[in-house]
Design a protein around this ligand. Structure first.
Ligand code: KG4
Ligand code: ZN
Length: 336
């Protein structure tokens, strides 16, 4: 069969997504229903609310993804689904929908790790050549991953506490920015300057690990101390200084990893990969210091959670016939 079509599901957090992906490299449809509005008044994702939304959206998503791709069930080769990591109740909706769909239509079911999916969003930009390094930055993860083959992932660096995206969201709360705050801080940072001195934790340590909780605390203290003294701080400068600190650390650790592993491709993926300051700084660093390495950044619309990235990751598993049985369960703390 030359035309391989995967129907992919992603429901790990607060986006319900269903996509149809052709041959692992072409998106025929990528339906994404975001629940952000429902969670904003709580300042973060409420798991129970998320699950209920997934239930409402998932069948609509299947219908829309198939219709927009202009394919029928009979055209499909396989079904793919994120089974972890993520919120267990959210994951279960996608897993159950995918299992049911696969069983009803006698299609193979491909289980996909959400973080592998994020990496494969960059596969739409260009094919991977191994070994490669990936900087995975999302709301729940901050990792440097060494990929030695299409389905071989080794975490060489990780956060000791908060994820980068989490730091953006927590700092956003102090600035009165709605969840998720990353995009707005990114925009504000562009209007400001790095004038406030925030810590760059672990930047000189001989490892590829991160820590962002100290930065978060330093930021909160700075803002609260200024409030007590009735000083006003420039919001754009605060955003720019915070973002510069995060970007400096990410770039430094990626640089250290590139010294040890002089790979040809550096994949940048995950929700925080949409950050303009980070994309520009990495591009600049590679161009000047690591010209043998190309930045393969996930396309902006595919940085956040979506099912097209799950379909791309599933394509690799399909070739190896890594199928799940009907007892597939959600694994909220799944690792590579
Ligand atoms: O990958 P993702 O959509 O969900 C998880 O798997 O966690 O990542 C969401 C995170 C949020 O913390 C959000 O604030 C952050 O990505 N984010 C950004 C930007 N856009 C989204 N952070 C920094 N700059 C951005 N432009
Ligand atoms: Zn994600």
């Amino acid at each position: 069969q030359e035309r391989e079509l995967i129907l992919a599901f992603e429901t790990s957090c607060d986006e319900t997504s269903v996509a149809v992906v052709e041959n692992g490299n072409r998106i025929l449809s990528n339906f994404v229903a975001t629940q952000i509005k429902s969670h904003q008044r709580f300042g973060g994702v409420v798991p129970e609310v998320a699950s209920r939304h997934h239930i409402e959206e998932i069948t609509i998503g299947i219908h829309k993804a198939l219709t927009e791709a202009d394919v029928t069930v009979a055209d499909l080769t396989a079904v793919a689904v994120t089974y972890g990591p993520g919120l267990v109740g959210s994951l279960l909706i996608g897993v159950t929908a995918a299992k049911t769909f696969a069983f009803a239509h006698q299609l193979p079911l491909i289980p996909v790790n959400h973080m592998a999916g994020h990496i494969y969003a960059a596969h739409y930009v260009e094919p991977f050549s191994f070994p490669l390094l990936a900087l995975l930055v999302s709301g729940g993860h901050t990792q440097i991953v060494l990929m030695t083959a299409a389905d071989q992932f080794e975490i060489i660096g990780d956060t000791r506490d908060d994820a980068a995206g989490e730091a953006f969201d927590k700092v956003g709360r102090v600035l009165g920015i709605n969840y998720p705050a990353g995009k707005e801080i990114d925009r504000l940072a562009h209007e400001g300057h790095d004038v406030y001195d925030f810590p760059r934790a672990m930047i000189h340590e001989a490892n590829y690990d991160f820590s962002f909780s100290g930065l978060k605390s330093a930021f909160i203290n700075k803002v609260h101390n200024a409030e007590q003294r009735q000083e006003t701080l420039n919001r754009a400068d605060l955003a720019a200084s915070f973002q510069a600190s995060v970007v400096d650390v990410l770039v430094a650790k990626v640089s250290a990893a590139l010294e040890k592993y002089p790979v040809q491709q550096l994949v940048l993926a995950g929700g925080v990969a949409a950050n303009h300051g980070l994309r520009d700084a990495l591009k600049e660093t590679l161009a000047t210091r690591y010209p043998q390495t190309r930045l393969v950044a996930a396309p902006l619309p595919l940085c956040g959670d979506n099912a097209a990235m799950i379909g791309a990751a599933a394509h690799v598993e399909l070739a190896d016939k890594h199928f799940a049985k009907m007892d597939l369960n959600a694994d909220p703390s799944l690792e590579f």
